[in-house]
Design a protein around this ligand. Structure first.
Ligand code: BG6
Length: 493
């Protein structure tokens, strides 16, 4: 049996994509609340208002807010994250379904602006604290361990707009306050934490879709540095507050391969791994920047504000375990004219050996084994895959028992093949301790804002136009995953 006893099977979500209740019980807005829906071909838009009242919208990636503009929720636009799947009011029902599947672990995030609506308040919002306490208590009833992400792309909008977001060092202290609050509040209810979701996206994705200036790279690397320091503080704080706490990093695990054996492609691929994967993982796991960091900064004339104390803090706050998301792989080449392919926060050269999902993400189970083995060898820390899954179109139909359901063999196939590779990696010595599939219940897509890009074992009746009853239905994959968990991964049929 490859999977160790106590293996943490489960599923993952993020507050902004599932909770809804965006302005309920004192919650403040985040960027996701001024982001509209999109599709695979049309980008999500961010809406704003000019001082003279003129309204506008700009694409989510690569555009800058016009001088003087303020983010704004406008009439005539649809903001899918406002309602999410209304987990805020359905969490008891949802957790009962997770328990029925046998979840050992549920990954979720805390919305920072539910706790500190603007991020700058001295006192936390009690209603926000109470909500997460109720969720954790509900999980405890079923012996499901929460795995809690502190930040899942949702800085309070006030910090983003008025303070300059993460490129301002002041944000570190505001995050420290938030982290201390939740680490203190939920002692005894939570054991495992993650600091920043897919922290590496800030730099690895920059310049891929739309060219980026040196100034943007400067801001992005500074943003990351400040998050590294905040993450190290959170790790130290967690260990002081409760020695039982374990804190992990969370990296967007896009695997790249060289497209050709041309030595230039081999080198370009290595440099891609350094930039997009090792840069963040090294700082968070080893407590210091890798040797190649200076080369990456020099490429864009970046000069970082790094204090002596920052270096001490980084060295004192390495994470306890390594986690990552994994959906797909792509290729790197220096050759002109190669066909490109989209992916999770990435764009790369198309791999002729792989099939792709309906959203063009190349499906590559062996890539999961590859990254597990490389990263375990590099850091020798326990690992978790905290996102993996297939975003697909699902059709709600009447099942044999007369209940509405979804027949989703494509999802089962995808997950089965990835779990098989996890098993091999464990046999090869990787200390893999957990697996939470992404969007275990359907939720709003981060990339496109769609509902119809569904990942869940549980179908949620909500449509892209905002209509729907929010009723939950079990898909075929629900029973399949239940069996996988019950047999600790031995029965994947
Ligand atoms: C990761 C994020 O990038 O991938 C999630 O951590 C996101 O928030 C997931 O939802 C899948 O991406 P998408 O665009 O299909 O929602």
């Amino acid at each position: 049996m490859a999977f160790p006893e106590g293996f943490l099977w489960g599923g993952a979500t993020a507050a902004n994509q599932c909770e809804g209740a965006w302005d309920v019980d004192g919650r403040g807005p985040a960027k996701t609340d001024v982001t509209t829906g999109g599709t695979v071909d049309t980008p999500r838009m961010i809406t704003y208002r000019m001082p003279d009242g003129t309204e506008g919208a700009m694409p989510q990636w690569g555009a800058k807010l016009p001088e003087g503009a303020k983010y704004a929720v406008l009439d005539n636009y649809l903001y899918p994250n406002h309602d999410g799947i209304d987990f805020y009011h359905h969490y008891k029902e949802d957790i009962a379904l997770f328990a029925e599947m046998g979840f050992k672990q549920f990954r979720m995030s805390i919305s920072w602006s539910r706790i500190f609506p603007k991020g700058i308040e001295d006192e936390p919002n009690q209603a926000g604290l109470d909500f997460y306490r109720s969720v954790f208590e509900e999980l405890k009833k079923y012996d499901i361990e929460p795995l809690v992400t502190m930040w899942h792309f949702d800085t309070p909008l006030y910090i983003e707009e008025e303070l300059g977001d993460w490129k301002n060092r002041e944000t570190i202290a505001l995050f420290d306050k938030y982290a201390r609050t939740i680490l203190t509040e939920y002692k005894g209810l939570v054991k495992n934490w993650l600091t920043f979701n897919e922290i590496n996206n800030t730099v690895s994705f920059l310049g891929m879709m739309v060219p980026a200036s040196d100034e943007e790279f400067q801001d992005a690397y500074q943003h990351l540095h400040n998050q590294f320091v905040a993450s190290a503080h959170a790790v130290k704080m967690a260990h002081e507050i409760d020695p039982e706490y374990r804190v992990g990093c969370m990296i967007c695990g896009v695997v790249d391969y060289p497209l050709t054996p041309d030595p230039d492609d081999i080198l370009a691929n290595r440099y891609m791994w350094e930039k997009s994967l090792f840069y963040c993982g090294d700082v968070q796991c080893k407590g210091k920047y890798g040797t190649y960091a200076k080369r990456l900064w020099d490429e864009h004339n970046v000069h970082l504000d790094i204090t002596e104390q920052d270096l001490i803090d980084l060295a004192e706050g390495p994470v306890d375990f390594y986690t990552f998301s994994y959906y797909q792989s792509s290729c790197v080449t220096t050759h002109q004219g190669a066909e490109t392919t989209a992916g999770n926060m990435t764009i790369g050269a198309k791999n002729p050996y792989l099939e792709a999902s309906d959203w063009g993400w190349q499906i590559d189970p062996k890539g999961l084994r590859y990254i597990l083995e490389v990263m375990y060898d590099r850091y020798e820390k326990p690992m978790m895959i905290v996102e993996n899954g297939l975003g697909a179109f699902d059709e709600l139909v009447e099942g044999e028992d007369g209940q509405l359901t979804v027949h989703d063999p494509y999802r089962i196939d995808y997950l089965r093949e990835h779990i098989k590779e996890m098993e091999i990696a464990i046999e090869h010595g990787v200390d893999l301790i957990g697996y939470t599939t992404w969007g275990c219940i359907d939720l709003v897509s981060a990339g496109t804002g769609e509902m119809r890009k569904r990942y869940g074992f549980i179908y949620v009746d909500k449509n892209d136009d905002g209509t729907g009853s929010y009723a939950r239905y079990k898909k075929d994959s629900f029973d399949w995953y239940k069996k996988v968990i019950a047999t600790n991964g031995a029965d994947l049929d």
